[in-house]
Design a protein around this ligand. Structure first.
Ligand SMILES: *[C@@H]1O[C@H](CO)[C@@H](O)[C@H](O)[C@H]1NC(C)=O
Ligand SMILES: *[C@@H]1O[C@H](CO)[C@@H](O)[C@H](O)[C@H]1NC(C)=O
Ligand SMILES: *[C@@H]1O[C@H](CO)[C@@H](O)[C@H](O)[C@H]1NC(C)=O
Ligand SMILES: *[C@@H]1O[C@H](CO)[C@@H](O)[C@H](O)[C@H]1NC(C)=O
Length: 960
């Protein structure tokens, strides 16, 4: 109000001036037909502020364009007044024709009709309808009639359909922006014609429209782009194919954005770069080969350069230091190598520097105080060694610092960061030789710190209490350290307070507003040496993990006050007592992991309620008794259910077959009993099941043929059809991504799969009382990786058709009553690396060749009538031929091959996934994958996009 009063004289003055100018040089009034066309246009839409919702966040090419005022410009349009004075309307001063219309961010909502009266304004030269909501109506073909248009902007307007071919008539266009209409399709023909005809184009932005129907030949048309082109954005359009790099040589080009076209390939030119280039964005676009050319040093105007997943094997050329205007540099996951040329450190204008996920090594140079402007510094995922250089602690403008996953060493006193008052994000995790201590942090404050990742930083102390004073802290990861003792906590009546708020009270910050400021959302204290009762997360926490500590005592029902929790992980501690009855009070709980404790009592029947979102429930390795509560059937989203290794006494929970999302079912080592039913109520039971482990129970009767027949999830799953992904990696559901892990028995060892690849499928029915023959239906499970039927009472012969299970890697039929010969078809199992047929009544000659040349004697022990290699017992008929060279290597078998098979696109994918669980560390695993490979796995995975490993990395990505 005050500002209005203040403005009033000025407004009045302007108004008078306007009136005067009308009298002194009479402007022609708006023409009646145009006025009425405008009013019709206005009335064809409703006004809704939501329609221009995004105006406030308008960011163009990484540059913040400032706010655009969002208000309904047409609201003031009145019939009878001169339309040339209307908000957003510009008239020609001589003819009075409407030549400009700017209704961007004007709350327009509704269908843009083909017959819209807008198209009667044929003198329009500039038209801006950006940031409105046209309800996904097809872009009208009448646009082609507005042939005077020089400027057309329909970005973020929910325009849809094909761009009409008539658009090519707009030959005078200088600027065309149709960006961010993801349902708008741009097809080759109109596109070619447009480029041919609009020879004056200077700005073209089709970012985030659909250009996926462009083929290689339409791409080459880009070469016809006007040489006057200044700005070209085709970001996220689904363009594919090889693009000639002459686009980077268009003489006037200043801004080029081809980012996020994963199937588009381009090579950086060796000569003739457009030297006017200021902004080059090729994030997630692919390289056609070559390295970072020396000639890049000619781009003297370049201030923004962003490449990621763009392979440039080799070094950064010394000429790079000439890019003295560079303020933003991202060369992430580009396979760049050391050394970084000295000239690089001359880029003193940099405010954002990202060299993460490359192969840089050596020390980060010292005595460098050049980077005073730096606000963002990302060097993670390299091999940088040596201590953190001192100059980093002087970068007073730094807000984000990520040095994680390097080989940094030395000792850091955390208070060295105290100069960095702007710091919001700090990640020093996973530097093997780095240690951090918090001495002298008593008065430490970084008021803006929001995210702190100090995982695996050799922290060897009590819980760093000063953290509880950092009011803006939202994300804390102190996992994998040696933090001892109790998490801070007040005495008796502590139950209703989180550990965070409790500490605040210790520090006398007791007012309510202070408490509400504490909104830690993510706390990972896993893999430490914490003792005492399990701490209670604050009510704003959505991720809470204290797994793998030495916590004792009962789980207090106060934990249910943490009602924002999505992930609750108390696993691998020494917790006792029952599971709290109130967990159904946490409405958005997705993952509950209480495995490997000493919890007792029965599983609460109300562990879930009707709208449960639970996806993962892991209660294995406790002392739970009683039946499995049928209320679990309400968890329609359940993907992983692991109640293995308890004392649960129940029949097979057939009612679970209605959980269509269930992928992992583990009932191992309980007291389940009885015959598994062969009839069921629903048509497709367990359609997505991939891992089923019923081993070590008392199930009896025939093998569950009817269910096996329906395991659709084990038939024909391959990465091409379902996409290679990890279970739980579905970031659309939640911004806290949590990968599921389970323990399974694989190749005779208990192994924890840290992440379950969705192509991983196994059946373990071992150590029960199953009887009868092996049903032929097994042969339909052609994606099965492992099958274990050992220690049952199975008789009959091994079906020939098992040879169809081409993906099988381990097969254990030992200790049964199988008879007859081993089918020769089993030699078709090219990936089989582990076979156990011992303790049966098999007879005849062991099949020879391929994988069968690699199995040891023990595979066949206890079958007195078997003969041939590798047994010393010769077969009667013909003399056994000693096998030639084992074909192991030739076929790429063995563990390595297996790991490759699971790899994320290329090589290292599954390496990290197989973490050997305590009771067995097979030599072969250590030999192949010990030590350094782990890091590689991590790195490559990150690059592969789909296979991200660390949930925190994901958070990081989301935070950008
Ligand atoms: C345009 O067509 C729509 C139906 O497609 C009709 O409802 C509307 O009245 C027409 N408007 C004009 C101005 O002719
Ligand atoms: C090119 O533009 C001119 C002038 O607007 C127009 O007459 C002609 O039809 C356009 N050509 C194509 C192929 O659209
Ligand atoms: C860095 O800049 C300084 C001064 O601007 C110059 O003298 C030096 O040669 C440059 N270093 C390199 C390696 O280009
Ligand atoms: C920090 O940033 C501010 C503006 O953001 C700038 O004025 C100042 O010079 C920077 N500090 C240093 C040491 O460069």
């Amino acid at each position: 109000m005050r500002s209005l009063q203040f403005c009033y004289p000025i407004l009045l003055h302007l108004f008078l001036f306007h009136l005067l100018s009308h009298f002194s040089s009479p402007l022609p009034l708006c023409r009646h037909d145009q006025s009425s066309a405008l009013l019709h246009f206005k009335n064809s839409f409703s006004l809704n502020s939501e329609a221009s919702h995004w105006c406030e966040e308008y960011i163009y090419h990484g540059f913040y364009d400032g706010h655009q005022a969002s208000y309904p410009k047409t609201a003031s349009w009145q019939n009878g007044s001169d339309c040339c004075l209307w908000d957003g309307v510009t008239c020609d001063t001589i003819s009075g024709n409407v030549i400009g219309l700017d209704l961007s961010c004007s709350w327009l909502q509704g269908t843009f009709h083909q017959n819209s009266t807008l198209f009667q304004l044929t003198h329009l030269q500039t038209l801006n309808l950006a940031h409105n909501d046209f309800n996904f109506s097809p872009m009208p073909s009448h646009f082609g009639g507005l042939q005077s248009l020089v400027y057309l902007n329909l970005s973020v307007s929910k325009s849809a359909g094909k761009i009409p071919s008539t658009i090519s008539r707009l030959s005078k266009l200088v600027s065309l922006d149709l960006s961010r209409n993801y349902d708008l399709r741009i097809e080759p023909f109109p596109w070619k014609k447009l480029i041919q005809n609009a020879t004056n184009l200077r700005e073209l932005d089709f970012g985030v429209t659909d250009m996926s129907s462009m083929k290689q030949s339409s791409l080459s048309f880009l070469m016809n782009l006007s040489s006057s082109l200044v700005t070209l954005s085709l970001s996220g359009t689904g363009l594919q194919g090889n693009l000639s790099n002459s686009i980077l040589c268009l003489p006037s080009l200043q801004i080029l954005d081809l980012s996020f076209n994963e199937d588009l390939k381009i090579q950086l030119p060796k000569f003739n770069w457009s030297t006017s280039l200021k902004h080059l964005n090729l994030l997630s676009t692919k390289s056609l080969g070559g390295n970072l050319p020396d000639s890049i040093g000619h781009l003297k105007s370049l201030n923004y350069l962003a490449l990621s997943n763009f392979e440039l094997p080799g070094t950064i050329p010394p000429s790079f230091g000439n890019l003295s205007q560079l303020t933003f540099l991202r060369l992430r996951a580009c396979k760049l190598q050391a050394p970084i040329p000295l000239s690089f450190w001359n880029l003193t204008q940099l405010t954002s520097l990202d060299l993460s996920f490359n192969n840089f090594s050596g020390q980060i140079p010292f005595s460098l105080s050049n980077f005073q402007q730096l606000t963002y510094l990302y060097l993670y995922g390299n091999y940088f060694s040596g201590p953190i250089p001192n100059w980093m602690f002087d970068l007073v403008n730094l807000t984000w610092l990520d040095l994680s996953s390097n080989n940094l060493s030395g000792h850091v006193e955390f208070q060295q960061f105290s100069k960095l008052k702007n710091l919001q994000y700090l990640d020093l995790s996973n530097n093997k030789f780095l240690s951090i201590s918090f001495d002298g942090c008593a008065n430490y404050t970084t008021p803006n710190l929001q995210s702190l990742f100090l995982s695996s930083c050799d922290i060897n102390s009590n819980f760093p209490e000063f953290l509880t004073r950092l009011k803006n802290l939202k994300v804390v990861d102190l996992s994998n350290n040696k933090i001892r003792g109790r998490v801070p906590k007040r005495g008796n009546d502590s139950e209703h307070y989180s550990w965070i708020t409790l500490n605040l009270s210790y520090n006398l910050l007791t007012s309510i507003s202070d408490l509400s400021m504490m909104n830690i959302e993510y706390i990972d204290l896993s893999h430490n040496m914490l003792q005492g009762d399990p701490p209670i997360p604050s009510s704003s926490a959505s991720f809470f993990s204290v797994s793998n500590n030495k916590l004792t005592g009962d789980i207090s029902s106060a934990i249910c006050n943490a009602s924002s929790l999505e992930v609750l992980n108390l696993s691998h501690n020494n917790l006792t007592g029952p599971i709290p009855q109130c967990l159904d009070n946490i409405p958005w709980l997705l993952d509950l992991d209480l495995q490997m404790n000493h919890l007792s009592g029965s599983i609460p029947t109300n562990i879930s309620k009707k709208n449960s979102h639970l996806k993962t429930l892991k209660l294995n390795g406790n002392q739970l008794v009683g039946p499995l509560p049928q209320s679990l059937v309400q968890c329609k989203q359940l993907q992983v259910l692991d109640v293995g290794e308890n004392n649960i006494e129940d029949q097979f929970p057939s009612w679970l077959d209605a959980l269509f999302q269930l992928q992992v079912l583990i009932l191992r080592a309980n007291k389940f009993y009885g015959i598994i039913p062969s009839r069921f109520k629903i048509k497709n039971p367990f359609p997505k099941l991939r891992i089923i482990d019923l081993s070590n129970n008392f199930f009896s009767g025939p093998l569950p043929t009817a269910y096996i027949k329906n395991f659709k999830g084990m038939k024909n799953v391959d990465k091409d059809t379902i996409g290679l992904n990890y279970l739980g990696n579905n970031s659309t559901d939640t911004n806290l991504v949590y990968f599921d892990s389970v323990v399974i028995t694989m190749k005779g060892f208990s192994i924890e799969l840290e992440k379950i690849l969705t192509i991983f499928t196994t059946i373990d029915l071992s150590n029960n009382l199953f009887e009868g023959e092996i049903p032929k239906v097994f042969c339909e499970l052609i994606s099965l990786r492992g099958l274990n039927l050992s220690y049952n009472r199975i008789n009959g012969t091994i079906p020939n058709s098992l040879g169809n299970l081409r993906s099988l890697e381990w097969l254990d039929l030992s200790t049964n009553k199988l008879e007859g010969e081993i089918p020769v078809t089993l030699t078709n199992l090219n990936f089989l690396s582990n076979l156990n047929l011992s303790q049966n009544q098999l007879e005849g000659m062991i099949p020879q060749g391929k994988q069968f040349n690699t199995f040891p004697n023990e595979s066949y022990a206890g079958n007195s009538k078997l003969c041939g290699f590798p047994l010393s017992r010769k077969c009667n008929k013909d003399e056994e031929q000693p096998p030639s060279e084992p074909e192991k290597e030739e076929f790429g078998f063995g563990w390595k091959a297996v790991a490759l098979g699971y790899g994320c696109g290329v090589i290292f994918g599954m390496v990290m996934g197989y973490v050997v669980f305590a009771n067995g560390k097979p030599e072969w695993l250590v030999a192949t994958f010990g030590g350094e490979t782990k890091k590689n796995g991590e790195k490559k995975d990150e690059e592969q996009g789909q296979c991200k490993l660390h949930h925190k990395k994901l958070i990081r990505n989301l935070s950008y």
